[in-house]
Design a binder for this molecule. Structure first.
Ligand code: ADP
Ligand code: MG
Length: 229
């Protein structure tokens, strides 16, 4: 990739990312953007406690690393406090960061966190990645890859290929994940990539999976803007 192409890459905003994924059939947790503390408090009441607050900034990719995510907020007082803390954390760890606001999200109940991503190989083009999400991605490097287009059969293989498959099946009495639904979502991500060639990189991390469904709570889409003629 040339430096010019690198510079031309653009991370889509949080709202647009959510909208595109929902249109592609990928459930995304209820999310609203607050511009003030008061607004965060009222949006939290609308969404219903517990909620999660997180920084929305085009300059910040890893929100937790800069103290930009607060989970499990149970009431208005906790929301107000978390809002101030997030802004202070971000200002101190990344002084120049542009802050668009604070996202207020419904707090999804615990499930198995997985990642579905897309990246590009210089020779073979776009491929889909699947693995256990969150901290496990880095620690275990337990992921499966298939080139786009990913078929239903590919998706079934990907899910079974990872070492963590036993965790998906319900490890030590934990709720087993709806594996058929998960496979369908992997195929949907592949379809989304096929229909949107300007998307150069995608990460849904985590997608929280349960016995009967799954919901994305964090995603990132990098696109290549239209080239000037
Ligand atoms: P980042 O990846 O930028 O650090 P995330 O939005 O992924 O930030 O949040 C970090 C972690 O917080 C997630 O991996 C997940 O465990 C938890 N989390 C974030 N949002 C929610 C939510 N809406 N419901 C439940 N857990 C969440
Ligand atoms: Mg994340």
């Amino acid at each position: 990739m040339t430096e010019q192409q690198q510079q031309n890459r653009l991370m889509l905003g949080a709202a647009e990312t959510k909208k595109l994924l929902e249109e592609a059939g990928i459930p995304f947790v209820a999310t609203r953007l607050a511009k003030t503390k008061r607004e965060a408090a009222s949006l939290s009441r609308e969404i219903g406690f517990p909620v999660v607050l997180k920084i929305v900034s085009p300059d910040i990719v890893h929100k937790s690393d800069v103290g930009g995510v607060k989970v499990g907020l149970a009431n208005t007082a906790q929301v107000l406090k978390a809002y101030s803390e997030i802004v202070a954390n971000v200002r101190s760890s990344f002084p120049g960061a542009r802050i668009e606001g604070i996202a207020v999200q419904h707090m999804a109940r615990p499930g198995v966190e997985v990642i579905i991503g897309m990246s590009e190989d210089a020779q073979f083009g776009p491929f889909i990645m699947f693995g256990l999400g969150g901290i496990w991605v880095e620690a275990l490097k337990d992921v499966a890859f298939r080139l786009v287009p990913v078929t239903a059969r590919d998706a079934a293989e990907m899910v079974r290929e990872i070492k963590g498959f036993d965790i998906l099946r319900g490890y030590r009495g934990q709720e087993p994940v709806d594996i058929a639904f998960l496979e369908k979502l992997i195929v949907k991500v592949s379809g989304f990539i096929e229909r949107n060639p300007r998307v150069r990189e995608l990460d849904i991390n985590p997608l929280i999976t349960y016995g009967d469904r799954a919901v994305a709570v964090d995603a990132r889409i990098i696109v290549e803007p239209y080239a000037p003629p």
